[in-house]
Design a protein around this ligand. Structure first.
Ligand code: HEC
Length: 80
């Protein structure tokens, strides 16, 4: 699967917390927000700093993929 090829599952799972939040929690957080798609697009393409559970900060992985694939992935996360 697309997210797997991009090693997203190294730090994220659907239901349980790893280094990053579970995708279901992300979907909850953005539920009902008009800016959800745009916010996640920014998150996945800007490489902005994110905080890890141990407190250190690191640039988030930048997703390099065609725009329609990124849109699909975001749609999938938000649908969880
Ligand atoms: C090296 C570990 C790591 C990898 C690889 C990684 N992430 Fe993350 N991700 C994180 C961490 C840590 C956070 C938490 C950021 C925070 O809460 O500040 C995060 C946050 C997120 C969020 C929530 C953003 C928000 O606005 O709440 C989404 C969505 C996400 N990642 C998707 C992905 C996708 C898709 C991939 C694959 C392209 C990916 N991540 C790869 C560590 C990772």
């Amino acid at each position: 699967m697309f997210a797997r090829q991009n090693s997203c599952f190294k730090c994220h799972a659907i239901d349980k917390r790893k280094d990053g939040p579970p995708y279901r929690e992300v979907a909850e957080k953005y539920r009902g927000r008009d800016d959800a798609q745009a916010a996640l697009l920014h998150h996945l393409t800007s490489g902005h700093k994110v905080k890890f559970p141990d407190g250190h900060e690191e640039s988030h992985k930048i997703l390099k993929a065609p725009p329609e694939d990124i849109d699909n992935l975001i749609g999938w996360i938000l649908s969880l």
